[in-house]
Design a binder for this molecule. Structure first.
Ligand SMILES: [Ca+2]
Length: 148
C-alpha cells in the first residue's frame, strides 16, 4: 500500500470545485418545506438568492417542472400585480430572454382576481399559474439565482 497525498489532494480539489460549481448552475431553487405569504417569500429569496423565480419562456417552465416533478402542490413565483399590470419581482433586463417579461402561463379562467384581493401568482401542480391573495395563501416558493 502506497499512500499518495498528491492524488488525494487532487481528488479533494476536484470535489470541492464541483460542489462550488453546482449551485451556480442551478438557477431555480424550490423550497417545499416553507409555507410563506408572497411578501415573506419575496423577502426570503431576496435575502438568500436573487429574487423569487422569474419565468420568461417554455424552457424555464420545463426546467421548473423537472425540479418540481415530485412536488404536487402550489408554490409562489415572482409575478405580482401592482394593480395596473403584472410585473416580475426580479428587476433587470439581463435576466430575461428575448421573450422578455411578457411570458404568461395562466390556468383556464385565470387570473380572475377573486374577491378583488388576488395580486400574487402561484404555479400549480399542472404547471399553470393562477392569481391568489398575497397574504391569505401561504405556500412554498421557488427562488431564482441570477448569474453573478
Ligand atoms: Ca385566482
Amino acid at each position: 500500500f502506497m499512500y499518495s497525498p498528491v492524488r488525494w489532494q487532487h481528488s479533494l480539489w476536484l470535489l470541492s470545485s464541483l460542489v462550488w460549481l453546482w449551485p451556480s448552475l442551478q438557477n431555480y431553487i424550490l423550497f417545499t418545506k416553507l409555507k410563506l405569504s408572497w411578501n415573506e417569500a419575496q423577502h426570503y429569496c431576496r435575502a438568500q438568492y436573487s429574487d423569487l423565480a422569474t419565468i420568461s419562456d417554455e424552457q424555464d417552465i420545463s426546467r421548473i417542472n423537472n425540479l418540481a416533478k415530485d412536488w404536487d402542490r402550489a408554490f409562489w413565483i415572482g409575478l405580482y400585480d401592482d394593480v395596473n399590470s403584472w410585473k416580475w419581482s426580479l428587476v433587470g433586463e439581463r435576466f430575461y430572454t428575448e421573450v422578455g417579461t411578457d411570458y404568461r402561463k395562466w390556468q383556464e379562467d385565470q387570473p380572475d382576481n377573486a374577491g378583488a384581493v388576488e395580486h400574487c401568482v402561484s404555479m400549480m401542480e399542472d404547471g399553470l399559474w393562477r392569481d391568489n391573495s398575497c397574504t391569505l395563501v401561504k405556500v412554498p416558493l421557488i427562488c431564482y439565482r441570477g448569474e453573478l
